[in-house]
Design a protein around this ligand. Structure first.
Ligand code: ATP
Ligand code: ZN
Ligand code: MG
Length: 530
C-alpha cells in the first residue's frame, strides 16, 4: 500500500526572504517527523517536493506504512512547532489535496463510500483517489476506518481469497488400523428414524437421538468444562444488528447469517387482507408476508458468545472479578450453509456448548492452555478417538501477510485452534475431506474488548477467549469412528448408558419409512439395550 497527497498549509502571514533559512530547516524537520517510529525509514513518509506561495506552503508527500492522514497531521504539527517558535508564524488551516491510496492487485471498493472520489483499477494495481480533506476530516474516525478497510482489502487480496491458513499442530496415533465401521452415521440416524428432516438443514431429534447427543455433550461438560471452573449462564439467541456490527460478524459473515423481522404492527386487524387470503387460498406467500414485516432488526445466534462481550461492554472490571469463566448451552445457533448442508454435520440449526472467558492476557492464555489440554484428554482418552488439531489463522489476524513456519510460531497469541476428528466413512486419513471440524478454541486478544469497551479499572489490557463444541458434529464423528455398538465404546460412555437408560425409539405403522430403516432401528435398539 502506498499513499500520496499534497498538504496545503495556510500560514498566519506571507513568508519573506528572511524566513527562507528557517523554512528550509523546518522542511528538514518535517522530513524527520515523517519517518519517526519506523525502523526502516522507507516505511515512513517522505517529501517529494515543496514550494511556498504567499501565505501557503504546498508540500507533496508520499508514504508506505504511515497513513496519509497521519502524515498530513505530522506535517502540520512539525511546522507549527518550528515556525511558531522561531518566526512566530502560526498555522491557519491545513488541507490534504489529491490524496491517493495505491494498492497492489485489484480490489473492489464503492465510490459511494465517504471520501472516495474515484478509482482506477487494473489487475496489477488499484488507485483510490480521495476527496480534498480538511483538518476536521483528517481527524474523523470515518476516514480512519476507510483507510483500515483498504488495508484489509489489500491483505485479503494477497491471501488470494483464502479465508484461513491451516497448520497441523498435533495428531493422535492411529487407533483403528482397520476402522471399526465405515458406516455414515448421518444416514443411519435418518433411516432408522432417530431424526426426521424438518426443513432444509433442520432436524427433529427424537428422544433417542436427543439422548445420544446429550450423552456426548454431558460427558464433555462433566469431564472438561466443569472441572476447569466454568459456570453456566443463559445467553439470548436473537441479536440486535448493532451487536453484529461490534463483533464484526455482519461485515465478515453476513452471507451465512439468518435474520429476523418483527411485525410492522401488533394490531391483528391490519393483517386482515393477508390472513383472509391465507384462510381461503391456504397458502402463505412469503412476498406477501414480507409486506407486513419490518426490516430485519435482528440476526439469529451465530457465534453464540456475542452476548458475553455485550454483557461486559462498557463496564469496569477489577482484579477480583477476573478471570470470568462461563459457558452457555441454552439453545441453537443458525447458519445458512447453502450448498454445503449435509446430514447432521452441516446444518442450518445446530447446538453447541459455547465456553467463554475474560481476563488479563496471561490469564486468557493460561485458560486456553488448560482447556486445550482437557480437550486433548477428552478426545484421546475419554472418547478414545483419532483426532488432530490445527492452528488456523483467519486472514485478518495475519498482520504481516507472511505465514510463519510451524516450528517458529508461538501459539500463545491471538488465533484459533481447530479440533478435527476422522470420518472413516468419507475415506482415508490422508484426504483432508475425511476430517470434520468438531470444535475450536480461540484467543481473541482485544478483538472484542475494544469495540465493546470492556475495561479494567487500572487500565490493564483485557482479552477474551471462546471455544465452541458443536454437539451434532461430535456425535456424528464419534459414531463414525466407534459405531453404534456400545461394546466398542469407551468405558465412560458405557457407564453413562448403564446409569441412564435410553428412551423408547419411535416406531409406528409408517415410520421408520423403509424396511432397511426398520431393520437398522432393531439393530440399534438391540445394541443399546444389551
Ligand atoms: P466449518 O469450517 O466446518 O464451516 P466453522 O469454522 O464455520 O466450521 P466455527 O465458526 O468455528 O465453525 O463454529 C464453531 C463450531 O460450531 C464448529 O467447530 C462446529 O462444531 C459447529 N458448527 C459450525 N457450523 C456448523 C454447522 N453448519 N452445522 C453444525 N455444526 C456447526
Ligand atoms: Zn465464540
Ligand atoms: Mg462454517
Amino acid at each position: 500500500m502506498r499513499f500520496r497527497g499534497i498538504v496545503k498549509i495556510e500560514l498566519s502571514r506571507s513568508l519573506g526572504q528572511d524566513d527562507l533559512k528557517v523554512l528550509e530547516e523546518a522542511i528538514g524537520e518535517v522530513s524527520q517527523s515523517l519517518v519517526k517510529g519506523f525502523r526502516d525509514p522507507e516505511d515512513g513518509g517522505r517529501i517529494l517536493n515543496w514550494r511556498s506561495e504567499d501565505k501557503f506552503l504546498v508540500i507533496e508527500i508520499e508514504s508506505r506504512r504511515l497513513r496519509i492522514d497521519e502524515a498530513a497531521m505530522r506535517v502540520k504539527n512539525s511546522l507549527e512547532e518550528s515556525l511558531g517558535s522561531r518566526r512566530r508564524i502560526g498555522i491557519r488551516d491545513i488541507e490534504l489535496e489529491k490524496a491517493l491510496v495505491e494498492i497492489d492487485g485489484e480490489i473492489r471498493i464503492s465510490t459511494k463510500l465517504p471520501f472516495v472520489k474515484s478509482i482506477d483499477a487494473s489487475s496489477e494495481r488499484t488507485t483510490i483517489h480521495l476527496d480534498t480533506l480538511g483538518e476536521k476530516d483528517l481527524k474523523k474516525p470515518i476516514l480512519l476506518r476507510l483507510l483500515r478497510l483498504l488495508s484489509e482489502k489489500e491483505l485479503k487480496a494477497r491471501w488470494g481469497g483464502k479465508t484461513e491458513h491451516w497448520q497441523l499442530i498435533k495428531e493422535s496415533r492411529i487407533k483403528f488400523a482397520t476402522p471399526l465401521t465405515k458406516e455414515d452415521p448421518n444416514k443411519v440416524l435418518e433411516e432408522a428414524g432417530l431424526v426426521k428432516r424438518f426443513s432444509i438443514g433442520q432436524w427433529l431429534y427424537t428422544p433417542l437421538a436427543t439422548y445420544l447427543m446429550n450423552m456426548v455433550r454431558e460427558v464433555f461438560i462433566k469431564e472438561v468444562v466443569v472441572p476447569l471452573g466454568f459456570t453456566e449462564a443463559i445467553f439470548p439467541k436473537i441479536y440486535p444488528l448493532e451487536v453484529g456490527l461490534k463483533t464484526g460478524h455482519l461485515r465478515g459473515t453476513i452471507n451465512s447469517m439468518v435474520f429476523a423481522s418483527l411485525p410492522k404492527t401488533y394490531n391483528i386487524e391490519e393483517f386482515e387482507e393477508l390472513t383472509d387470503y391465507m384462510y381461503v387460498v391456504n397458502e402463505a406467500p412469503p412476498e406477501e408476508v414480507a409486506k407486513y414485516l419490518r426490516y430485519p432488526d435482528y440476526f439469529l445466534c451465530y457465534a453464540q458468545c456475542e452476548p458475553f462481550y455485550w454483557f461486559f461492554g462498557g463496564e469496569l472490571v477489577d482484579d477480583s472479578s477476573i478471570p470470568v469463566k462461563w459457558f452457555d448451552r441454552s439453545g441453537p445457533s443458525f447458519r445458512w450453509e447453502s450448498g454445503g448442508i449435509y446430514g447432521l454435520e452441516r446444518v442450518i440449526e445446530f447446538h453447541r456448548v459455547e465456553v467463554v472467558w475474560l481476563g488479563k492476557p496471561e490469564q486468557v492464555v493460561q485458560i486456553r492452555n488448560e482447556l486445550l489440554k482437557a480437550y486433548e484428554k477428552f478426545m484421546d482418552e475419554v472418547l478414545d478417538l483419532e483426532w488432530r488439531e490445527a492452528w488456523v489463522t483467519p486472514w485478518y489476524y495475519e498482520q504481516s501477510g507472511a505465514v510463519e513456519k510451524v516450528e517458529e510460531f508461538d501459539i500463545d497469541r491471538p488465533g484459533t485452534i481447530d479440533f478435527e476428528l476422522w470420518l472413516p466413512y468419507r475415506g482415508s486419513r490422508e484426504d483432508r475431506k475425511s476430517w470434520l471440524e468438531v470444535g475450536n478454541i480461540s484467543i481473541h486478544g482485544t478483538k472484542f474488548t475494544e469495540p465493546f469497551r470492556i475495561r479494567h479499572n487500572k487500565g490493564v489490557t483485557l482479552w477474551t477467549g471462546c471455544s465452541g463444541f458443536g454437539s451434532q458434529r461430535w456425535l456424528v464423528a464419534f459414531l463414525a469412528q466407534r459405531g453404534f455398538d456400545p461394546e466398542k465404546w469407551p468405558p465412560v460412555l458405557r457407564e453413562y448408558l448403564s446409569r441412564n437408560p435410553p428412551p423408547e425409539p419411535v416406531a409406528m405403522v409408517t415410520y421408520p419409512k423403509t424396511r432397511t430403516g426398520r431393520d437398522e432401528l432393531d439393530r440399534l435398539i438391540k445394541f443399546l439395550r444389551k
